[in-house]
Design a protein around this ligand. Structure first.
Ligand code: C2E
Ligand code: CA
Ligand code: CA
Length: 240
């Protein structure tokens, strides 16, 4: 499924995140919470993520053919296990190029916690992916322990700031200070911020006043099936 990313200032669609769903024959539609961990622990996540990237490449080819004057970017989620598998960067690059897709149009989301061991290996794979042209996003920024340290060592392009981790706070004023400071720090480091989990107009207005323009969340749209997203691509209309 696809969840749009919107520039709240210009009210335009800027990208989309691919989020996997499992149409289970008996249990119906399952969200990743019920199976990603299992796949990671049983080493099958690589197969599933390869499938996701494959599907995304096919859709991107289709959209390019149908709407040649538009530029499409899609964010895909990678697991720590993907990155640890040998030759991952090389294989991913070959795959994407084979489908005639410019790697810069594929954003690779790597969750903050994957950087936790801050291994040389992870840094080197991320650098390989960057030099092959992919855009690197740090997902779930602020939810773990290693974020600031990692920012120092890895030259990421985009930071995804999750609204959820600050939403249950007793002290909204402190949250505002933290959010605005993260956005200012990112700007100073030349890192784009995408705020995710944006559910209300108040949150969107606050983020924009802090200088964060790109947002994703239920306020704009829930994740939708591909046919619905294709309609948005053809005619995006921001409804307040
Ligand atoms: P994530 O990457 O942090 O993705 C955002 C999650 O937040 C999605 O859950 C999305 O549906 C949900 N969300 C979006 N907007 C809002 C909002 O405004 N409010 C709230 N409360 N939630 C919102 P989803 O689709 O269930 O995915 C859960 C996680 O599963 C993802 O978290 C990601 O880490 C993982 N995942 C999804 N697809 C893949 C995949 O293809 N490969 C791998 N390795 N992981 C995946
Ligand atoms: Ca993500
Ligand atoms: Ca996230």
């Amino acid at each position: 499924w696809f969840q749009p990313q919107v520039n709240y200032k210009t009210k335009t669609l800027t990208g989309v995140e691919a989020l996997i769903r499992w149409r289970h024959p008996e249990k119906g539609m399952l969200t990743p919470a019920s199976f990603i961990e299992l796949l990671e622990n049983s080493d099958q996540i690589n197969t599933v993520d390869k499938y996701t990237v494959g599907k995304v490449c096919l859709y991107m080819q289709k959209w390019k053919a149908e709407m040649p004057d538009k530029d499409f970017t899609v964010s895909v989620n990678l697991s720590r296990k993907d990155i640890q598998s040998p030759d991952f960067a090389k294989r991913l690059t070959a795959y994407v190029k084979k489908h005639d897709i410019d790697p810069k149009n594929i954003h690779l989301e790597i969750t903050e916690s994957a950087y936790m061991d801050n291994s040389e290996m992870l840094i080197s794979v991320v650098n390989d992916l960057k030099s092959d042209g992919f855009i690197i996003e740090m997902d779930d920024f602020g939810s773990g322990y290693s974020s600031l340290n990692t920012l120092k060592d890895i030259d990421i392009d985009i930071l995804k700031l999750d609204m959820k981790f600050l939403s249950e706070t007793q002290n909204p004023e402190r949250s505002r200070v933290i959010i605005s400071s993260i956005i200012h720090m990112a700007n100073a480091l030349n890192i784009t911020v995408i705020a995710e989990g944006v559910e209300t107009k108040e949150q969107a207005d606050m983020l924009l006043s802090f200088g964060c323009e790109i947002m994703q969340g239920y306020y704009f749209s829930k994740p939708v099936p591909v046919s619905e997203y294709e309609n948005m691509l053809k005619n995006y209309h921001f409804a307040e």
